[in-house]
Structure formats: structure tokens, C-alpha cells
Design a protein around this ligand. Sequence first.
Ligand code: FE2
Length: 151
Amino acid sequence: MNPEIYSLFDEPHADNEYTYRHNIGVGIIATYLGMKLGLSKENLSALTLAAMLHDVGKTRISDNIVEKPGKLNEAEYEDMKRHAIYGYELLKNIPGIPPSIALTALQHHEREDGQGYPQGKSGKDINLHAKIVAIADVFHAMSSSSGYAVL
Ligand SMILES: [Fe+2]
């Protein structure tokens, strides 16, 4: 595994305790789901990394938006949605990591019925790791007391 990747763990608003806990929590939940699905060891370790880095693109979004308490307005929400593409761009050129890691950053807000973003992909067109991380992302957010919304 490319050691460069580990520096990315500290990036996503590491000063924000909830964000930090969320990334670890999503990593654990996604790994558990992957185990239940019977993924191979190699596939599982790629999934864990993909899960922990799924929101790395938020480092390219203004803190005023990422940390805003309460609801985002329409323009802010449009900005926030770009974190999926930014994450993909950050991760896709790192040599030696499985392609699902960048794809998970890109597709973790896609939804089975095509109602997600950024590309409105559906069903089989969404990477399996991205689907697992989407579930883990929502589950962790719903079961935490911070009032965090999945964006
Ligand atoms: Fe996200």
C-alpha cells in the first residue's frame, strides 16, 4: 500500500472531533458489513480504507460550509455536493491503491434508485464499496447524537 495515503487520514477537518469520529465509525461499520458479505481479506482492507477516506474531498470545501451549524442554503448545498468529485480527484492519481477507493469518494452519495449525486448513477453502475459506505455513512450519522446530516 502506498504510504502517502496515510497522510490523508489527518486531513478531513481533523480538528473537528465529530468528523474524526465519523470517519472512524464509518470505517468500522463498513468493514463489519463487508465481513458479513463475505468479502475477501484484500477486498476488505480496500473497503476499510475507502470508508475512512470517503469524505476527504471536504478538505476542498470552505470550513464555513462544512462546519455550518444548521441547514445549508441552496448555493452552499451545491458547493458541498462537490466534495464527492474533489475526493475522487484527490485519490485517483495516488499510485498503488485500489480503484474502488477513489470511486467510493465519488459515488458514496449515489443512491440505488438514481436519486443521489453527483452523477445520478443507479443499481449496478454504483461501485459495491461505495454502496456499503453509503449505508455505513447514513447509519453512523443517524445513530450519533450530534445532529449531523449526511451531505
Ligand atoms: Fe460525503
